[in-house]
Design a binder for this molecule. Structure first.
Ligand code: LMR
Length: 329
């Protein structure tokens, strides 16, 4: 028994495989915003391969990278409307819907990739994914990208004082906005698909991201400086339209979850390796300077950002997630 794609969608779609009468073929359309050669892009391809293998080709996953189907601004709506079956937004972008997830945006909360792994793949991650229930969204897993650093156009950022007065692009998360306000910068939330052009036109002066996103999107071509700050993490929630999930035969649900578990285990290691490799490539770019913030300076930065925790605690009440994470980190 297959799920006929045509039955799930009321509107014409931006892709055409549902027109082909493949009535026993289930296709999962998976949309994401980054390049294919990134931790998320690679994991999406790996998941697609594993699903196809485990279901003997009865379920296919068609991956649309680089915001080619939906972008930051419309992907969540598209998922809720059933215009796409899967998306993989950063948890920061999901905080508009699930404010509690801002906990993961708190600056200098995590020290190592292992801590991130433990939190996101253990019972805390599960608790966070369960918060998606009211949205008719099934949270399948959390994935990792890595630690964020800063890049800037005109001046290097050696201390947090250098951020003062800069227009810094952020993902839409109140906690991330507070983080930049705490150092006198102006946070500007914009879609990932627009970051390159906004850096190029100097509409923004700086941005925070992982080495893999900075490299794969060529931000180093329009930024002269990068500062290794490791001030926060960037990771993902792997989401599926819940009606679609429920329409799947149990056999496929099991195989999809197995594929997701395997991809997630593989993904965490891969993400760390990829960010290391891309940082090496960034080091080789002519005219692009990388500065490592000293541990003393990072400590000062961390102290300066302490009010962000107060903001979080005041706004996110009855929340035990931060104290649970603090027992691990
Ligand atoms: C960003 O917007 O900077 C990142 O969320 C992109 C991504 O999905 O990794």
């Amino acid at each position: 028994i297959g799920v006929q794609q045509g039955l799930l969608f009321a509107n014409p779609l931006p892709y055409d495989d549902e027109q082909k009468g493949l009535d026993t073929q289930i296709t999962i359309h998976l949309s994401h915003v980054v390049a294919e050669n990134t931790p998320k892009g690679q994991a999406a391809s790996k998941f697609a391969e594993l699903v196809e293998e485990k279901t003997n080709g009865e379920v296919k996953v068609h991956v649309y990278p680089n915001s080619s189907l939906f972008n930051d601004e419309n992907e969540f709506q598209a998922l809720q409307n059933g215009e796409v079956e899967m998306i993989i937004p950063t948890f920061s972008k999901m905080t508009t819907y699930v404010p509690n997830w801002q906990v993961l945006d708190l600056p200098y909360l995590f020290n190592t990739d292992e801590e991130v792994h433990e939190v996101l793949t253990g019972s805390i991650g599960e608790q966070l994914l369960n918060e998606l229930e009211p949205f008719q969204i099934k949270g399948l897993s959390f994935w990792h990208n890595g630690f964020k650093h800063l890049t800037s156009v005109d001046y290097p950022i050696h201390t947090f004082e250098d951020l003062k007065g800069l227009r810094v692009r952020t993902m839409p998360s109140k906690t991330l906005e507070r983080q930049f306000e705490a150092v006198g910068a102006t946070p500007i939330p914009i879609s990932f698909s627009e970051v390159f052009t906004d850096l190029e036109s100097h509409a923004i002066d700086a941005q925070e991201n992982t080495a893999s996103n900075i490299y794969s999107k060529g931000f180093y071509k329009v930024q002269k400086h990068m500062t290794l700050t490791k001030h926060g993490i960037l990771g993902y929630a792997v989401l599926m339209n819940e009606n679609f999930w429920k329409s799947l035969p149990v056999k496929f649900q099991k195989q999809i979850m197995e594929a997701m578990k395997e991809t997630t285990d593989w993904q965490f290691e891969q993400a760390v390796m990829m960010n290391d490799k891309d940082l090496r490539k960034l080091e080789q770019q002519e005219g692009f300077e990388i500065f490592t913030m000293s541990s003393e300076e990072r400590q000062r930065f961390k102290e300066k950002l302490a009010p962000v925790y107060d903001f979080y605690k005041t706004n996110i009440q009855n929340d035990d997630v931060l104290s649970r994470i603090e027992k691990i980190v």
